[in-house]
Design a protein around this ligand. Structure first.
Ligand code: VGL
Ligand code: ZN
Length: 199
């Protein structure tokens, strides 16, 4: 057994003051930093969108943030412009320890498709490469923390469980967007996929 800590999207735009701020998003950082000492493999993910990304409401005339559109791969929530490549909003929060990371993996860099999960884009089939990285390093068990519980953390956790990893989400080291019941649904979906939810 070898274990990895997967730190999801602790970026300025998901923290208070950011474009898609998650309430208390920055409050998890001290615990996440401390957890890094407990894991031999540490991966950080970074939401990393081009300015013309199709998940941005601003790129759909007449559409408002937090509405839904139909994409070829299924329904897609429209978001405020966030985590644009190279901007301060896309940078990791300054308090997050990034030096201990073995790998930083970026996702959501294709304009036509969003990628909540660290493993597959939102078509559920285009891989990010993270599975191969973890397997070739002998990792079997994953602990996930970060932002947001009900989107990128949940999608990553469910994909990881489907791929056969043993997956734990530390909910106390995550914060949620909670859009129209999305947190309750994400928790139920994670449990159904075999993800362990711990405090
Ligand atoms: C996320 C919405 C859009 C996340 C990323 O990190 O949970 N949510 N892009
Ligand atoms: Zn995004």
């Amino acid at each position: 057994m070898s274990k990895a800590l997967i730190v999801i999207d602790i970026q300025n735009d998901f923290c208070p003051g950011g474009a898609l701020a998650v309430a208390g998003g920055d409050a998890i950082i001290p615990r996440v930093n401390a957890l890094m000492d407990d894991f031999p493999v540490r991966v950080l993910t970074q939401d990393w969108h081009p300015a013309d990304h199709s998940s941005f409401a601003a790129n759909h005339p007449g559409a408002a943030p937090f509405g839904l559109i139909d994409m070829p791969y299924g329904p897609q929530v429209l978001w405020p412009v966030h985590c644009v490549q190279g901007t301060d909003g896309a940078a990791f929060h300054a308090a997050l320890k990034t030096d201990p990371a073995d790998l930083v993996i970026r996702k959501g860099f294709r304009a036509a498709i969003d990628s909540y999960s660290a493993f597959f884009e939102n078509d559920h089939e285009t891989p990010t490469g993270l599975e191969g990285y973890l397997r070739t390093r002998g990792v079997t068990d994953l602990t996930l923390v970060g932002l947001a519980t009900d989107f990128c953390v949940a999608y990553s956790a469910i994909d990881a469980a489907k791929l056969g990893f043993t997956v734990t989400v530390l909910e106390g080291a995550c914060r949620a967007i909670d859009l129209d019941g999305s947190l309750d649904k994400a928790r139920a979906d994670m449990r159904a996929a075999g993800v362990r939810l711990e405090a």
